[in-house]
Design a protein around this ligand. Structure first.
Ligand code: NAP
Length: 259
């Protein structure tokens, strides 16, 4: 299928590896020129070189912490009002509801709610002026069904989801669609680190922790960044103009719910 977005320009945040890189890769394959972001400059430049070499698109690497005002200013300047925005950042650490203090919530809200909101606020007006735009926010399965140890994520991402539900209906008349993607467990470094935490807490191997988690997923495996990226590229395509304010769950069937 031709996604119809060849020659468009996209900003993909937190994209040197994992789900963000999967999204950047699928957009590059669709012929989209990219600005990609992450904090670590070396890995980011390597990712950019890889995408340029394989897909022949323009890829600019903007190394910065996207959760800070200065970082966002640098990335927004490099991106220069793109047609497509994919928001992403590292997820909050696991823990317990009894331990989280105000500062922990402020950090989580900054990274996983207020950063994507600031990016949308900065970029939506130019998309509306042009009459076309696509925004995909990478959130989490925890929006549909809370994950006990990820209460900071449950909370911050729920706030973003409410913002998108309202805002997406206000920008849609201008040809701009905003949707959220909700990853269940995917085989990335973030998943390895969560499995490592379980292994340590329970005195089992990381492989055993992963096998136990895989057994709870109807497809019996973790998702891949490539399949996640393909869905992202579709949501950024010409074909997605009637999909507005939705929360697309990619979890291998793990969330046991009818809707
Ligand atoms: P990952 O493999 O650890 O990759 C994270 C990427 O984000 C890296 O490129 C990292 O590069 C970049 N990054 C992290 N913090 C950043 C910041 N402050 N500013 C700019 N770039 C930043 O993680 P992932 O698995 O792709 O997860 C992506 C998001 O999806 C996270 O929010 C995670 O919580 C969420 N999620 C993941 C899963 C899963 O199973 N993988 C499930 C549900 C939700 P640098 O470290 O160099 O900055």
């Amino acid at each position: 299928m031709d996604l119809g977005i060849k020659g468009k320009r996209a900003l993909v945040c937190a994209a040197s590896k994992g789900l963000g890189f999967g999204c950047a890769e699928a957009l590059a394959e669709a012929g989209v020129d990219l600005v990609i972001n992450a904090r670590g400059a070396d890995a980011l430049e390597a990712a950019a070189a890889d995408l340029r070499a394989r897909f022949g698109v323009q890829v600019t690497a903007a190394a910065a912490d996207i959760t800070t005002d200065e970082g966002r200013a640098k990335v927004l300047a490099a991106a220069d009002h793109p047609d497509i925005l994919v928001t992403n950042a590292g997820g909050p650490p696991p823990g317990s509801w009894q331990d989280w203090e105000r500062e922990d919530f402020i950090r989580a809200l900054d990274a996983n709610m207020l950063t994507p909101i600031a990016l949308m606020k900065a970029l939506l007006p130019a998309m509306m002026d042009r009459g076309w735009g696509r925004v995909v926010n990478i959130t989490s399965q925890s929006v549909k069904a809370p994950i006990a140890v990820l209460g900071l994520s449950n909370s911050a991402r729920a706030g973003l989801t409410g913002y998108v539900a309202g805002t997406s209906r206000q920008v849609a008349p201008h040809g701009v669609v905003i949707n959220n993607m909700l990853p269940g467990i995917h085989a990335t470094d973030r998943a390895s680190s969560l499995d490592g935490g379980v292994a340590k807490a329970e005195g089992i191997t990381v492989d055993a922790a992963r096998a136990r988690r895989e057994a709870t997923i109807p497809v019996r495996r973790y998702g891949t960044a490539a399949e996640f990226g393909a869905t992202c590229a579709f949501l950024c395509s010409q074909h997605a103009g009637f999909i507005v304010g939705q929360n697309i769950l990619l979890d291998g069937g793990a969330t046991n719910a009818t809707l």
